[in-house]
Design a protein around this ligand. Structure first.
Ligand SMILES: [Zn+2]
Length: 73
């Protein structure tokens, strides 16, 4: 029984990649909230009232889909 990363081909590289993704999700973004305006999409309808379903980058979150949690004002 070896370590998990030794049991699959290129395991070390794959785990490194997973760790990067994990870090991005859980460290960099754990203090951010899903954007309430675009619901995490990063895009909003140009004209929500009309039949035009084209989208533009969300100005609330800058297209990230996540915003910094600023607390309650
Ligand atoms: Zn947004």
């Amino acid at each position: 029984m070896g370590e998990p990363q030794e049991r699959i081909e290129n395991g070390y590289e794959k785990f490194q990649e997973l760790q990067k993704i994990w870090s991005k999700l859980h460290v960099d973004n754990m203090w951010k909230d899903e954007c309430p305006k675009c619901f995490g999409d990063g895009e909003v309808l140009v004209n929500p009232e009309g039949d035009d379903y084209s989208t533009k980058p969300c100005t609330c979150c800058g297209g990230d889909g996540q915003i910094a949690h600023m607390g309650n004002f």
